[in-house]
Write a protein that binds this ligand. Sequence first.
Ligand SMILES: Nc1nc2c(ncn2[C@@H]2O[C@H](COP(=O)(O)OP(=O)(O)OP(=O)(O)O)[C@@H](O)[C@H]2O)c(=O)[nH]1
Ligand SMILES: [Mg+2]
Length: 322
Amino acid sequence: MAENAPQDWLERFLVGDRRALARIITRVENRTFDVPLLMQQIWSRVGRARVIGVTGPPGAGKSTLVDRLLEHLRARGQRVGVVAVDPSSPFSGGAILGDRVRMQKHFLDEGVFIRSLSTRGRHGGLARATRDVIHLLDAFGFDVIIIETVGVGQTELDVMKVAQSTIVVLVPEAGDTIQVMKAGLLEIADLFVVNKADREGARRLGNELQAMLHMRASADWEVPVLLTEAAAGKGTAELLERIDAHGALASSHDEPSARESEWRDILRDELSARLERIVGDGHLEGIARRVRIGEIDPYGAALESLADADLLAHLVAAGRGR
Ligand SMILES: Nc1nc2c(ncn2[C@@H]2O[C@H](COP(=O)(O)OP(=O)(O)OP(=O)(O)O)[C@@H](O)[C@H]2O)c(=O)[nH]1
Ligand SMILES: [Mg+2]
């Protein structure tokens, strides 16, 4: 059906059709072959949105906090896209569902778009997909894009690189500052939030974080430590003020160096995706068989493949749709 052609969805996307946005995000999530082509066609609209990352251990109150920020941003008339990134597995779908329920009061609001993204396909694909989705939301016209990630692993750290301002949310019971350092959160945090300040130990954790931050060489931005009670809406307006202040300093993702590194990331991702497609289609079966039966060693085989002009032709062809 012509109606389902990606190009048609793209045209609808460009006139502000939210269903088209959702459809294209699904293609990004599934890493379909036409994603780079689609992204190329929206690129001229990218670069205006403010991108905010929210990360921290499970249950810290990230979604509750995002919900509060949403309310403040909407009150100002800003349009907000929220991406909940779940690197763990399909099994934690419950948490995402919980987010959906919690945020459903925004469901009828045209100025809000909430979407969850989960792992599909290759390792590293999720960070790439998140970046693509941010560009899409940006091009669609959202003023602010908030990314929430669950947990504190490598994928989350990668995902957070896309954000201009990263908020690390901790809670008194989540452990001490040593763990914060071990998890690499000190490096990525532009703002620390100690949420659930109604609970015991919040102030102590806040002070410990402050002390730890004071040991760092001071730059042009002093990382603040804010205490919030997201559930009661306490401290969240001040948090947004601090996010704004950081935004005035934050670099754009449209800087020359950022653009170049993004190009390299896309190229790496495309090469490996196309290689998988080539292998899946059996184009390298001849040499794969020789490796299996021990006729050629894996290193020699890899070198032979790379010297084969046919491989290049297949890589080019694999970029075309089926
Ligand atoms: N006591 C207290 N509970 C809070 C506060 N903020 C959020 N909560 C509760 O903490 C629980 C988890 O909140 P979420 O916002 O779902 O936390 P999350 O970090 O998004 O959780 P995941 O996405 O599953 O990692 C919910 O029951 C909230 O109501 C707070 O300030 N104080
Ligand atoms: Mg959440």
